[in-house]
Design a protein around this ligand. Structure first.
Ligand code: HEM
Ligand code: HEM
Length: 203
């Protein structure tokens, strides 16, 4: 028997985000209009997700799956002993990864937006120095805006790399949890359905 866990909009959000981030990555070297458009699509999807985390159905709500450090540590400890329980929604470790992915993506998009127009950097005159004082010193001959544009570009690239690393860990986590509980979690993110919970499971 299976039960509905992920609602259609949450699934659309997930696979839409995968597509938008993939296009942003693949177009980062050339094709700025496409690159920026993909980034804005990702931004819109993240904005939707933040709202959905408060008003969406049960398993979409942040309050349902975001736990404190003690619960996360407890879950990781149980994982090391091979005794972690099955969660019908996101498990506590997966939830940390979800928050990390959303933050890292938001930072990537914000820094991309900042450097796409020089006057956006000028609106935040103190940011470039705060972001990279060492870099600003190294390039003190340039104007402030130009220094900022270079360092924000580095930051944008670094955040994009961090996002890619987190995505790789996310996939390892999905594969691991799928094996441990004998279910295809990627397929569940497509169909929205998962095996009905056992009495021992957290639902
Ligand atoms: C750019 C790549 C990706 C990003 C940014 C990403 C991001 C996310 C986010 C934010 C969530 C939370 C879903 C929510 O409640 O809103 C999630 C969950 C999930 N993702 Fe991804 N994802 C990516 C790629 C993938 C891929 C390629 C797969 C499949 C192989 C996948 C499988 C899953 C699954 C199964 C879940 C639910 C995990 C669970 O059961 O708790 N993701 N992902
Ligand atoms: C999912 C979101 C995004 C990802 C993964 C991403 C990724 C990247 C990467 C990897 C680079 C190359 C960095 C480097 O050469 O050091 C780049 C460059 C750039 N990105 Fe993004 N980006 C995203 C969103 C955005 C957005 C929303 C904007 C602007 C509105 C933007 C504007 C730019 C610009 C202007 C460059 C510099 C191109 C150049 O001068 O070579 N990006 N991005």
């Amino acid at each position: 028997m299976t039960v509905r866990v992920w609602d259609p909009l949450l699934r659309l959000f997930h696979w839409g985000l995968v597509g938008a981030v993939a296009v942003a990555w693949l177009s980062s070297e050339e094709g700025q209009p496409l690159h920026q458009a993909a980034g804005y699509v990702a931004a819109g999807l993240i904005a939707f997700r933040l709202l959905w985390g408060f008003i969406g159905p049960r398993y979409a709500r942040f309050a349902q799956f975001i736990h404190g450090p003690a619960a996360v540590a407890g879950y990781l400890g149980a994982m090391l002993r091979g005794r972690e329980r099955r969660y019908l929604g996101h498990n506590p470790a997966g939830a940390v990864m979800i928050v990390a992915l959303l933050l890292s993506l938001s930072g990537t998009i914000f820094t991309g937006w900042l450097m796409a127009e020089p006057n956006r950097l000028a609106m935040l005159p103190t940011l470039p120095a705060a972001v990279s004082p060492a870099f600003a010193e190294e390039h003190e001959s340039g104007s402030r805006g130009a220094v900022g544009a270079v360092s924000v570009k580095d930051l944008h690239g670094a955040l994009a790399d961090l996002t890619l690393l987190l995505v790789a860990l996310h996939l390892v986590g999905v594969a691991f949890a799928s094996l441990r509980h004998n279910e295809n979690l990627a397929r569940a993110m497509v169909t929205g359905r998962k095996r009905a919970p056992d009495p021992d499971d957290v639902s």
